[in-house]
Design a protein around this ligand. Structure first.
Ligand code: GDP
Length: 424
């Protein structure tokens, strides 16, 4: 049985917590897209962790954590993240890396920074982790697959070929230091030695596990609105954030994905530039940011303050639809307990007309939020474990959102901790 845990919004919905929680009863946890560009914050019995590349299942000894073929694999980062959790007392996790995953090269990080620098004020707000250059190269067919590390002839020929091409750009477009192919080859040999113990045909591994009735979790990064096809293009990420892509990025048949838990945040937040209709500013935003998440809404990778906004039913319903949500986990609801009234964006006004359907980016730029204001509950709801014990206005807020999303909310998260969850 395969279950996906994905985000309906701009990311940072709390997928890490839900994955960590459901990891307890899973056998395999797979990252299927993205790289170390975004992070999950996880608080459990070992402490507080910010994971960027490792699947959120690494805290359990009974799970196998897989970096799927769809991931941008930053090998030194993988090493660093494993060392970090082990040094904090977590037993060494069981990790497998797909032999078909491609390698995030040192020059991808450089090109990412050079391009942002070149674009200046028109930049995409990249995290400069090399993700866009990585996926560009993958689809331009000049990427390096993990398997290629183990064939020195192929590797050497390709390193020279690719360096020649990259150096034209470095010299004439960016005016930056050139790539020395021998140096790069040496780095790749180091990468090979680091990754070798983990490399496997992970698609086959999962396929065999499914035959044995094992439970697999696909862990998404970012959310629907950052998907290159269905998100706020071009302010999106470079690999698909949708559960459907989980089939490709993990190497499993699409029909195996039976359950798509879509994580929806009780208010909105976004990192980086891009359209954000229900965004709020000033003191109102500062207060929500300060109280939000666990210790404030600041990016797990970059530390950047997140942009804040009210719950956006238009974007979230669309986000759930594009994920194919079978159920919703509504998170960080506890944060809203300070508000007398809570606005919810239920429509977009575009050129004088109100729509409930999420439009293309050009129209989104013109959209103004239409709000419905719900009464707050003015109570601390952390510690509550049963749905019926939640304040009435809190239940009404959840039920209103559920109706808007058109997907059942089966879990309500009322705190960052592993066990702070209310099942409905
Ligand atoms: P992810 O990328 O979707 O995993 O999300 P992040 O980890 O970047 O952001 C979620 C943040 O909210 C983290 O700091 C979590 O510890 C925190 N968090 C998750 N669920 C809850 C919740 O129900 N309540 C509160 N207060 N914080 C939560």
């Amino acid at each position: 049985m395969v279950r996906a845990i994905v985000g309906a919004n701009w990311g940072d919905e709390g997928k890490g917590k839900i994955t960590d929680m459901l990891g307890e009863k899973s056998d395999i946890i797979v990252r299927f897209q993205g790289g170390s560009n975004a992070g999950h914050t996880i608080i459990n019995d070992y402490g507080k962790f910010a994971l960027h590349l490792l699947p959120s299942g690494v805290f359990y000894q009974h799970t196998t954590c897989i970096i799927g073929n769809g991931v941008a694999l930053n090998i030194p980062y993988l090493q660093k993240e494993i060392d970090e959790i082990v040094s904090k007392g977590v037993p060494k996790p069981h990790i497998l890396v797909s032999d078909r995953a491609q390698i995030l090269m040192p020059y991808h990080i450089d090109f990412d920074a050079y391009e942002e620098e070149r674009l200046g004020g028109k930049s995409f707000g990249s995290t400069k982790s090399g993700i866009a250059p990585f996926y560009s190269d993958k689809y331009a067919k000049i990427g390096f697959q993990v398997s290629e590390l183990f064939d020195d002839d192929i590797l050497k020929e390709k390193v020279y070929r690719v360096a020649e091409m990259k150096n034209v750009m470095l010299e004439h477009m960016y005016h930056k230091p050139l790539i020395d192919p021998e140096e790069l080859l040496k780095t790749l040999h180091e990468y090979r030695d680091i990754v070798e113990p983990y490399v496997a045909d992970t698609s086959l591994f999962i396929s065999n596990a499914l035959k044995e009735g094992k439970t697999v979790l696909l862990e998404g990064q970012l959310g629907s609105l950052k998907d290159p096809d269905f998100g706020i293009y071009p302010m999106v990420t470079s690999s698909s954030t949708l559960a459907a892509y989980g089939a490709i990025g993990a190497g499993i048949p699409p029909y195996e994905i039976k359950d798509i838990i879509t994580v929806v945040k009780a208010y909105s937040s976004a990192v980086g530039a891009g359209e954000f209709v229900s965004e709020i500013f000033g003191d109102e935003a500062d207060e929500l940011r300060r109280r939000g998440g666990d210790g404030g809404e600041f990016g797990a990778t970059t530390g950047r303050p997140r942009r804040m906004g009210w719950f956006d039913a238009v974007a979230s319903r669309y986000g759930c639809r594009m994920q194919g949500a079978t159920e919703v986990a509504l998170t960080v609801l506890d944060v809203l307990g300070y508000l007398d009234e809570i606005p919810v964006c239920v429509g977009y006004e575009i050129d004088g007309e109100v729509t409930r359907d999420f439009p293309v980016t050009a129209k989104l730029a013109k959209a103004k939020p239409v709000y419905k204001v719900l009464p707050g509950w003015k109570e601390e709801i952390r510690g509550i474990t049963e749905y019926d014990k939640l304040p009435e206005n809190c239940r009404k807020y959840i039920e209103f959102i559920e109706k808007e999303l058109e997907v059942p909310i089966t879990m309500v998260s009322n705190g960052p901790g592993r066990h702070e969850i209310i099942y409905r």
